[in-house]
Design a protein around this ligand. Structure first.
Ligand code: DC
Length: 215
């Protein structure tokens, strides 16, 4: 059973996806695996930056992505032998990941990883094109949204960025523009996908709404 969640940066989808994966059971009674596809793009970006590869260079990025040793081990994302999750939300990666994720062959590499990880499992998958491209047939498909200001505030409050609130809002708007205008896998509300604006909702209100729909 697959629950797919898409939405822009700061819409709360990672937190909600994790909560659903922790608390729900699939139709077969088995637990859910949580898959964050954005983190796969981020890990590939980290590898490129470390190797001096320009994240906007389609040939070199694709060559790297095809052999990048990204994998989940015990629910944690590794690049080779290194657990890289704490390194994936720096301002440098925030800036570089969106153009990198617009490179179509890189999208195919990530899509294959996500489908392979989810195969045969109950999975909560989140990203930008999980509901439209990667799992259009998922049992449940949601699009979580929030206003630019609210999303910037949430990122600011995480305390991981060195940018001001205004700078974060600008960077989010730039990232949205790239994410909504991709040749493939653009951020959009697909047909039949349940849309929820979370701007004025708490996390537990969003969680409760989704669980109500799933049940
Ligand atoms: O969800 P996130 O902010 O960690 O995603 C990082 C970047 O990767 C973001 O700019 C959009 C891109 N992305 C994508 O294009 N497709 C996905 N399925 C997930 C993320």
């Amino acid at each position: 059973m697959v629950i797919a969640i898409d939405g822009p940066a700061g819409s709360g989808k990672s937190t909600i996806a994790k909560m659903l994966a922790q608390n729900l059971r699939g139709n077969d009674g088995g637990p859910f695996t949580y898959i964050n596809s954005g983190n796969l793009y981020r890990a590939i970006t980290l590898g490129c930056l470390r190797q001096g590869i320009d994240p906007r260079d389609p040939e070199r990025v694709t060559e790297y992505a095809k052999k990048a040793p990204v994998m989940y081990k015990a629910g944690r994302l590794y690049l080779g032998d290194e657990m890289v999750e704490p390194l994936l939300h720096s301002d440098d990666i925030d800036r570089a990941v969106s153009p990198l994720s617009a490179i179509v062959p890189v999208r195919h590499v990530v899509n294959d990883h996500v489908r392979n990880i989810a195969r045969g499992l109950n999975a909560v998958v989140e990203g930008r094109d999980m509901t439209t491209v990667v799992f259009p047939g998922a049992e449940y498909r949601f699009y979580l949204d929030a206003s630019n200001r609210e999303r910037a505030k949430r990122r600011f409050q995480q305390g991981v960025s060195r940018l001001s609130l205004e700078e974060i809002e600008k960077s989010i708007a730039q990232r949205d523009a790239t994410d909504r205008n991709k040749e493939e896998g653009s951020l959009m509300v697909g047909p039949g996908v349940i849309y929820l604006d979370t701007s004025d909702l708490t996390l537990s209100q969003v969680y409760d709404k989704l669980v109500e729909i799933i049940h």
